[in-house]
Write a protein that binds this ligand. Structure first.
Ligand code: 5GP
Length: 139
């Protein structure tokens, strides 16, 4: 099954494409959270960041790196929130990896990435040490 974003890549549905290279493409979000809200995706379909091969990850980041200043300049933004919803439980609706570049403006009423958390955990030093060690051993 092809995602809506693969259909954009294939030119089957229209999009306001702002950048394209061999392996990545960027286009305006159809329901922008602010002017210039842009999505950057790998052309090949991977559901989550975890599924993206190393070489594609490098290309994807290179495009994000290029687009952040381009988007900010285009809409005269003060800043950007740059983020992935990585998995359904994190709010990912389209199962094709995509990076949101969301222009931010002084006094826009939005929040920081920290605002996404529900209840925040109260973790002790031992738990933090254990979590850090587990992540380190998986990295
Ligand atoms: P998610 O919630 O999966 O992180 O974000 C999906 C994003 O894709 C949403 O911001 C939504 O507005 C955008 N989107 C969904 N369908 C389309 C489409 O057909 N075209 C474009 N340009 N954006 C879309």
């Amino acid at each position: 099954m092809s995602t809506i974003f693969s259909q954009i890549v294939a030119g089957e549905i229209p999009a306001r494409v702002v950048y394209e290279d061999e392996r990545t493409i960027a286009f305006l979000d159809a329901n922008p959270l602010s002017p210039g809200h842009t999505l950057v995706i790998p052309k090949d379909e991977y559901e989550r960041l975890n599924d993206v091969p190393d070489d594609v990850a490098s290309d994807l980041y290179a495009t994000i790196h290029r687009l952040v200043p381009a988007v900010e300049e285009a809409v005269d933004a003060d800043a950007t929130t740059v983020a992935f919803n990585n998995g359904e439980e994190a709010g990912q609706e389209v199962p094709h990896v995509h990076c949101h570049i969301i222009p931010r403006f002084e006094g826009d009423g939005g929040g920081p990435i920290h605002a996404i958390a529900g209840e925040t955990p109260d973790l002790g030093d031992d738990e933090l040490d254990e979590i850090a060690a587990d992540i380190e051993s998986n990295a």
